[in-house]
Write a new protein. Structure first.
Ligand code: ZN
Length: 303
């Protein structure tokens, strides 16, 4: 069967953008997401569910994301641990998030399979694996936040901070101030640390953590208990942040009514700074795809 013709979208800026990512032979930008490597961290499944539900929906943003990016999602890395009701380990008693360096096909089969797929994609010149996000839940911290890696290269380090900063603007429960970048020995063997060392310098690897308990919205002191819906909403906000990151806003079919105003009113949740001045986000390497309107929009929402 012949592949479907590429979609042609008319952008408000007056140019046409031909979606390429699903055409045979086209370069693919891949976002790889995993969740529930630790079976007791049930919120990670709700966040992942929110991401999936949004991406497969008819929402105009989801359509644009599907046209431009490929999402690979492994929603449960530790199904046997979940089945058994374990808190952290697999059936064989392994903390899988410490075995990324050398996973065994018999002792850590899910990890082995996912890592093989990631390495295959990395070695495929037609695939650019740009993001890896591993979703966890945290038993003592509040809000959603991220862990990232530390790099010698200052520019790479700064570029890595762009996505969490954008997410902080989109999600009232996400805290950039709680986001940290580390290379603790105790975190060696985690997906984020290992893949951060394996992938090239245009790939970003994060652990996305979300509190088991609650979040505090900026300007208030009251803790808002998380609900299943709130976890899924965080997932939806993670997905839509890729629209900002890749500056695809101008391609969304209808304007996002009220969203910028609401966002502005709720700022600052936590101290969010934009990537203004860094100018080195991944999308920046293809400035022809940038929307000036969006740049203006961002500067307005930055405080
Ligand atoms: Zn965890």
């Amino acid at each position: 069967m012949d592949p479907p013709p590429p979609t042609v979208l008319a952008a408000p800026g007056g140019y046409l953008f031909i979606t390429m990512n699903l055409r045979p032979g086209a370069e693919q930008k891949v976002v790889f997401i995993t969740a529930r490597v630790h079976p007791g961290e049930t919120p990670s499944s709700f966040v992942c569910q929110g991401i999936i539900d949004f991406l497969v929906s008819q929402h105009p943003i989801a359509k644009v994301l599907r046209d431009h990016l490929v999402f690979k999602i492994a929603p449960m890395l530790n199904p046997d641990g979940v089945y058994l009701g374990n808190y952290r380990c697999s059936l064989m008693g392994f903390d899988l998030n410490r075995h990324w360096a050398n996973p065994s096909p018999w002792a850590h089969p899910t990890l082995h399979g996912v890592k093989q797929l990631i390495v295959e994609m990395y070695n495929n010149p037609k695939i650019n694996l740009e993001f890896y996000i591993d979703i966890h839940a945290h038993s003592t911290m509040m809000n959603g936040f991220m862990y990232g890696n530390i790099f010698e290269n200052e520019e790479r380090f700064q570029r890595q901070a762009v996505f969490p900063k954008l997410l902080c603007q989109n999600a009232e429960d996400f805290s950039y101030s709680s986001t940290s970048f580390n290379r603790d020995a105790v975190k060696a063997g985690t997906g984020r640390r290992f893949l951060g060392g394996l992938l090239n310098d245009t790939s970003y690897c994060y652990t996305l953590e979300v509190s088991f308990y609650s979040y505090i919205v900026g300007g208030t002191t009251a803790a808002v208990p998380y609900t299943e819906e709130a976890y899924m909403k965080l997932g939806r906000n993670v997905a839509r942040t890729f629209l900002d990151y890749y500056r695809l806003n101008s391609l969304v079919e209808r304007p996002l009514a009220a969203t910028p105003k609401t966002r502005k009113e709720k700022l600052p949740v936590f101290k969010c700074t934009t990537q203004q001045g860094q100018g080195t986000s991944h999308a920046d390497r293809k400035p022809e795809k940038r929307s000036q309107a969006h740049l203006k929009d961002q500067s307005l929402s930055a405080q």
